[in-house]
Design a protein around this ligand. Sequence first.
Ligand SMILES: [Zn+2]
Length: 155
Amino acid sequence: MRPVADRDSAEWWARTAAGEFSVQRCDSCGTLRFPARAYCHRCRTRGWRWQPVAPAGRVESWIVSHQPFLPGATEPYVVVMVRLADAPECVMYGNWRGARPPAAGEPVRAHFTVVDDGLSLIDWAPAGEEGNGAGRGRGGEGPAGRGRDTEDRAG
Ligand SMILES: [Zn+2]
């Protein structure tokens, strides 16, 4: 299953394959947009450029699919919708790579999954859990076990 690149998104896929994480930026009003399209939805200007942004965001929602991609695959897979940290108007979808289910609002980082030379997919994993290995086992049962984030408190 290879994603289909159209005229507007082909270069985005090429940049993603090169390890760049970017969205479009309107030349006129500066609005950031994703997915790629020919003109700005705000001001209708056609001029734009690629703007590299932080490969980070927060989980907005997700779906769990129980239809396996491949014959014999039994595990459900999760697709998350992520609102980008640097481009709050943009959301991106990708496979969830966390060992546990996603939580609404949790910070995540993009994970480039190389499919082949010309194609990488952007998946999402919990921020700060990369490289930690499997030290803690499964952990976190039930909604009470939430809240280790110190980075932003309500208020
Ligand atoms: Zn614009």
